[in-house]
Write a protein of this length. Structure first.
Length: 340
């Protein structure tokens, strides 16, 4: 059976891509420094960017973490298994290769049956970043993992489309004030119901603030399509008019002898039919932000598959899961936001 085979590969130091409820992960034995080195090599990822250690039962946390604070237990009881990663003091057995040289470790219990079964079959915690080549959008389908990593890893477990589509919320509990280092499906207000003092890392509130984010991975260029992506915020009518005017300019430029540029818009169900672009993709309805989240990375990948040169995307409200959507979208755009 595939899962038994996958568990054997992990135990023997190989790599397996597997589904979680957030995005697909690229798994290796978290306790084996050679496995972690292979993960960095397969992804083409800088080795100072630490991996997340995945467990399948709370009893396994003592192998990974030096001391489990009460705050972590309270969050675990409320949100695990689920899309929440906690930063805690590293246990001795976890190699520095897994934590990118840090004395802290990121740990999460994924809420996906295949992920949980793989961890159990492997008899070891699994270190897993998202299963994409470094810099590309995280994979939300097994096909995305194959596109990025085929030939570089031993196996891909296909669990179909993931449920959430954005990576887990990361909360740092190694400092006095619980701090969100990466927004996700679990929002600040959900965490504040358990830990009222929680806050958001200043480095991620604004992409252009110049403040260095605390999660090493958040400082890297990420998710960016090859085309030039701009995010546009304003009322629905203003956004549609502005983007169409920009698209008309690009077409005029192409017609007047410039290189023909392929235009694209990342739109919503409500607006998709209003744009005059070579390619229009609909993320879903604005009334259903979870649908938008689920489709975002796949659509960003399509921009490359379709060779889009000039891309405009509509902005979203920063509330609830919108904070995570905008965080990923603005990273993909290198912070380029037009405020109308
Ligand atoms: O949903 C997820 O979290 C997915 C699935 C596979 O579980 N994994 C994931 O891993 O997104 P990755 O490696 O793509 O992102 C991990 C992030 C990076 O930004 C990294 O810098 C940060 O977590 N991180 C890991 N360990 C850390 C630590 N000790 N301190 C601060 N940030 C840490
Ligand atoms: Mg990643």
């Amino acid at each position: 059976m595939a899962l038994a085979e996958a568990g054997r590969i992990i135990r023997e130091g190989g790599l397996v891509a597997f589904p979680t409820e957030t995005v697909y992960g690229l798994g290796g034995d978290a306790m084996n420094p050679e496995s972690s080195k292979k993960i960095y090599a397969a992804k083409g990822r800088p080795s100072d960017n630490p991996l997340i250690v995945h467990i399948s039962d709370l009893s396994e946390i003592d192998r990974v973490v030096r001391k489990v604070p009460e705050t972590a237990l309270r969050l675990a009881r409320r949100f695990w298994p689920g899309p929440l990663t906690m930063i805690l003091e590293k246990g001795e057995e976890v190699p520095l290769e897994t934590t990118g040289g840090l004395e802290t470790v990121a740990v999460r219990m994924p809420g996906n049956d295949i992920a949980a079964a793989l961890i159990r079959e492997s008899h070891t915690p699994i270190a897993a970043p998202s299963a994409n080549r470094s810099g590309r959008p995280s994979p939300t389908l097994a096909r995305h993992c194959a596109e990025d990593l085929d030939g570089k890893i031993e196996m891909i477990l296909d669990g179909g489309a993931v449920g959430i589509g954005l990576e887990s919320t990361i909360v740092d509990l190694s400092t006095e004030i619980p701090t969100i280092l990466r927004p996700g499906y679990i929002t600040l207000s959900m965490i504040r119901e358990i830990l009222p003092q929680a806050q958001v890392d200043a480095g991620i509130i604004r992409a252009d603030s110049g403040i260095k984010p605390k999660a090493p991975g958040m400082k890297y260029r990420h998710y960016a399509p090859r085309g030039d992506l701009t995010v546009v915020r304003g009322t629905r009518q203003a956004v549609v008019s502005y983007i169409n005017a920009q698209l008309a300019e690009v077409s005029a430029r192409s017609l007047s002898g410039g290189r023909a540029e392929k235009t694209a818009v990342i739109a919503t169900r409500e607006t998709a039919s209003s744009y005059q672009a070579d390619l229009v993709r609909d993320l879903g309805s604005r009334k259903d932000p979870e649908e938008i989240a689920r489709h975002l990375f796949g659509v960003l990948r399509e921009m490359d598959e379709e060779n889009a040169d000039v891309i405009f995307a509509e902005a979203f409200d920063d509330t609830g899961i919108g904070a995570a959507i905008m965080n990923r979208l603005l990273k993909a755009a290198g912070g380029k936001l037009i405020q109308l």
